[in-house]
Design a protein around this ligand. Sequence first.
Ligand code: EPZ
Length: 421
Amino acid sequence: MSEIMIQGGRRLEGELHIAGSKNAILPIIAATLLCRDTVYLYNCPKISDVVLMIQILRQLGCRVIWDDKVLMIDTSTLNSSDVPAHLVSQMRSSIILLGAIIGRCKEARIGMPGGCQLGKRPIDMHLDGLRKMQVEITEYEDFIQCMTLNLQGAQIHLNMPSVGATENIMLAAACAQGTTTIHNAAKEAEIVDLQDFLNACGANITGAGTKKIIIHGVSELKGITYRIIPDRIVAGTYLVAGAITRGNIILNDVYNRHMQATINKLRAIGCHINEEQNKVILSVAKPLKGIGLKTEVYPGFATDMQSQFLALLTTCNSISHVKENIFDARFKTAKELCKLGAHIIVDERKQIATVHPTPHLIGTSVEAMDLRGGAALVLAGLVAKGCTNVKNIYHIQRGYEDIVRDLSKLGANIWYTEERK
Ligand code: EPZ
């Protein structure tokens, strides 16, 4: 299955269950390396980024069993601190293993994560924080060598609230000597989930969700059973699917409090949204209008929802301006949306996209350029006239369990197909 086909034109209606969060499970899988026995994780999303993380843990000597309901990870058999470059290059977020491996082994060797479709994505804040904790780091052409004789807590000030740097420092600090304070920390819901997981294992961390996180190092962590929070970005993506088709959808098993920025922007466009306990209900009863939108750090409007909104704003009846403030090249999907007939003008220097109303999109062949951009192209295909063919869907499978299964459940005319040779 390497391509998705969508016959556009159907209003989506129905209910969906939202799976566990990719951006919560990845750092928590890394955190299991700090426990020297077995962890059981529930609500783990069946996505390819998790499959890759499991491959890496097995490469390090861990035992991992993943059945339908639970992911069992036993790191007592860990026998390596060397993460192969070819695995890191497939998933840059595997850099999140660095802090945990150093916390466990006091040394680590990891492939240098490349940039990606979103821009440069340096890791200077990760490395600066670890150096402050007395980790000696040597950067080679395509890998990083780390070692420490005595992992020490430190006062760490992040230049910007980097999610990955915050998580890597939390992981290294959990079992370090003394106390670490992270100033200007990222406040994402997934960082709170990581704190909750670590504290359940016996760590002593406070402040996640605020800009100051304090970690008192402990001597060891014990394996536990834990349930991952739902994925707020997958949930937001499916709300946009309902909005773009002027449909009526219900999302179950979501944490509304994690999605307020997305919900507020959908209301600003003209969608009607009801919220109940762990449930969000969207309907559209009037014409949708363009808005001004800027991506911000959490709890502001998520950069991971930007591409999906580009597709939605294309169908609104007035102009929109979208400013990307987090990544330096996250408008690559605009070009693909324009192949479908969208009228989006991107100022690369300012990272601003101007979205002009387009009466209707016309289905054609387009290419997923990254995870959320690929999802955005599927959303556009839901309303394009005729058939839309989305290629390179491996990007989408990194973060969505089965977007075809889910949208079909809501009534979309969508299916997988093999790549035409
Ligand atoms: C996490 O990436 C998420 N990934 C991203 O989700 C998300 O877009 C991003 O946070 C922002 O919310 C995971 O959680 C696995 P950052 P991360 O460090 O940690 C710059 C998705 O679609 N920066 O907060 O890599 C960086 O270049 C993915 O699920 C430095 O300059 O994001 C970027 O411009 C995409 N130096 C900005 O900060 C550093 O040392 C935000 O990066 C680190 C980051």
